[in-house]
Design a protein around this ligand. Structure first.
Ligand code: ZN
Length: 142
């Protein structure tokens, strides 16, 4: 699980992070990478749109101080959506698609003074539901 920030797709307003996941399901904190991307864009105030262009992954904001919180969320999601069920999708990864829809594929965060305006305990997490894979998170400052 390592995050490699990549900057491409032209222009200061758009950035894409590459996230390499190493497990079937995992949450990877990307708060620092998003913050770095915003600072390199030099925009002080606005709104940061984060978008995950995948159907078996997602993005969420939750507590980053205690790592057991993300483990608990994953544990419950995995119980809510069992791997073995009478799914019809032939690819065999319906649970990952379902979890992606539950968690969602975007977040909006206010930016003030060049910083993400997150709460004290909040972090931004990339959510892998069908890894390991190489994933993307698009960042746009509005
Ligand atoms: Zn599928």
């Amino acid at each position: 699980m390592r995050i490699k920030p990549l900057f491409f797709s032209g222009g200061a307003m758009n950035t894409t992070l590459t996230v390499k996941t190493t497990s079937k399901t995992e949450f990877i904190e990307i708060t620092g990478d998003v913050q770095k991307a915003i600072q390199s864009d030099g925009i002080d105030d606005g709104v940061c749109l984060l978008f995950v262009p995948h159907t078996t992954a997602g993005i969420t904001i939750n507590e980053s101080a205690d790592p057991s919180v993300k483990s608990d969320i994953l544990m419950v999601l995995n119980k809510m959506v069992p791997w073995k069920e009478a799914y019809r999708h032939l690819e065999g990864n319906s649970p990952a698609h379902i979890k992606s829809s539950i968690v969602g594929s975007s977040e909006l965060i206010a930016v003030e003074g060049g910083r993400l305006k997150l709460g004290t305990w909040q972090g931004v997490f990339f959510c892998e539901f069908d890894g390991p894979r190489t994933r993307k998170v698009h960042i746009r400052l509005l």
